[in-house]
Design a protein around this ligand. Structure first.
Ligand code: HGY
Ligand code: MN
Ligand code: MN
Length: 408
């Protein structure tokens, strides 16, 4: 194993500087996709890419790719992630993968090491899907899994479209989408779960990503007076939304085998204490590593909703916001991550990802895997998200070695 190592202080300083953009009072980061803060974050990372001599391209959905030339032409060995966050995000989710990629480049620049293959570092538009669904939007378009025009037309939770907001922040690029191919893709990311910490391990060699199903249900009933309307005459969307929430939890327990269900949004209209709601809008996030079980969860929930809607005399319209099947990463890449971790003396285990990632969009098109490092308390999508500097450094050093191996 060579003695090349990243500069962990420099990596930490970049993570800290980027986290200032969209910083929340009391900690954490809010940098929702295609907002003014996203623009500022993009500008900063592009400046760093420029300073590192990368050749920068911006594509039609705002993905940004910086390429370090290789001795030979050809598909690059690629890394990257996202710099958009959820509204109550942390400094590491996504950001780490992009900045560790820049740190790999700077380490190679500083030591004058050239690689046979080009190296690419990217950040992808709207990985989170929190403002504009689906998640992994930019990487999905970049790799041809999602349609550009459909995604540009997506309206966000604030009624604005991707297309408008992309132009508003000045990142509607002209590079084509869908055809970019990497030689291989490896992404460093915090685990965002409790496994590595609980097993006192440093590295996760990620085997794949579980299936994701996001559905929005709009429930329409009869608004009425809270005091004068006898219970048997009610058609209450709020009550049906509450039942869906309870059933989703029960269903996850019944199916088991890693099935998860989350009600992230419930909006009532008019949302007043003494008015039976006219409408309720609820979102359901179902996930499972097993596609058949995920379909079972979807079907069982839908039948339950049909039943209670009839009983309550309300109408329910459903809209699919995201649907991605489980993805398996490349066995050779997984083994490379694992063996390189062991060669570096890092404890390591293979594990699937509970969260969606840009890497899953590359998996059908090139050998792909991911590197996980621990999340303190297994916490993420929460302002208390934290990972130790030594763990960040280990992840970035492993990324350096894996990318060196693939590009020389
Ligand atoms: O939802 C997810 O799994 C990711 O954070 N976009
Ligand atoms: Mn992420
Ligand atoms: Mn996330």
């Amino acid at each position: 194993m060579n003695t090349l190592r990243i500069d962990s202080d420099r990596l930490g300083a970049r993570i800290g500087e980027l986290a200032q953009i969209g910083a929340l009072e009391g900690g954490g980061v809010c940098r929702l996709a295609l907002t003014e803060d996203d623009r500022k974050g993009r500008d900063l990372v592009c400046r760093w890419m420029q300073e590192l001599g990368l050749e920068i391209s911006v594509d039609r959905i705002g993905n940004v790719v910086g390429i370090r030339k290789g001795d030979e032409q050809g598909d690059p060995v690629m890394t990257g992630s996202h710099i958009d966050t959820v509204a109550t995000g942390g400094a590491y989710d996504g950001n780490l993968g992009v900045l560790a990629g820049l740190e790999v480049v700077q380490t190679l620049n500083d030591t004058g090491i050239s690689t046979k293959r080009p190296i690419a570092v990217a950040f992808f538009t709207n990985e989170e899907g929190a403002r504009f669904a689906p998640d992994m939007m930019g990487s999905g378009v970049h790799q041809g899994a999602l349609d550009l025009d459909e995604m540009l037309a997506v309206e966000g939770i604030d009624g604005k479209t991707v297309n408008d907001q992309l132009s508003a922040i000045g990142y509607a690029g002209d590079a084509a989408v869908g055809g970019f191919r990497a030689h291989s893709y490896v992404e460093l990311h915090i685990e965002q779960g409790p496994v590595l910490e609980q097993e006192d391990l440093l590295i996760g060699a990620v085997t794949g990503v579980q299936g994701i199903s996001w559905t929005e249900y709009t429930i329409s009933g009869t608004s009425n007076h809270a005091g004068t309307t006898p219970m048997q005459f009610r058609h209450d969307p709020g009550y049906v939304a509450a039942q869906i929430s309870v059933e989703a939890r029960r269903l996850a327990a019944e199916i088991g085998k890693g099935q998860v269900a989350t009600i992230g949004q419930i909006n009532l209209n008019p949302n007043l204490i003494n008015v039976i709601p006219r409408q309720a809008v609820i979102t359901v996030d179902l996930r499972n590593i097993d596609e058949a079980l995920l379909q079972q969860a979807e079907q069982k929930l839908q039948s339950y909703i049909d039943e209670i809607a009839t009983a309550e005399g309300v109408q329910v319209e459903s809209r699919t916001l995201a649907r991605f099947e489980p993805v398996a990463f490349d066995p050779e890449m997984i083994e490379l991550v694992e063996q390189t971790a062991q060669a570096l003396g890092f404890s390591c285990r293979q594990m699937p990802s509970g969260a969606g990632h840009d890497a899953q969009m590359f998996a059908p098109n090139c050998p792909t895997s991911m590197i996980f490092i621990p999340s303190r308390g297994g916490i993420s999508h929460n302002i208390r998200e934290y990972t130790e500097p030594e763990q960040l450094a280990a992840g970035a050093n492993l990324l350096l070695q894996v990318m060196l191996h693939r590009s020389t």
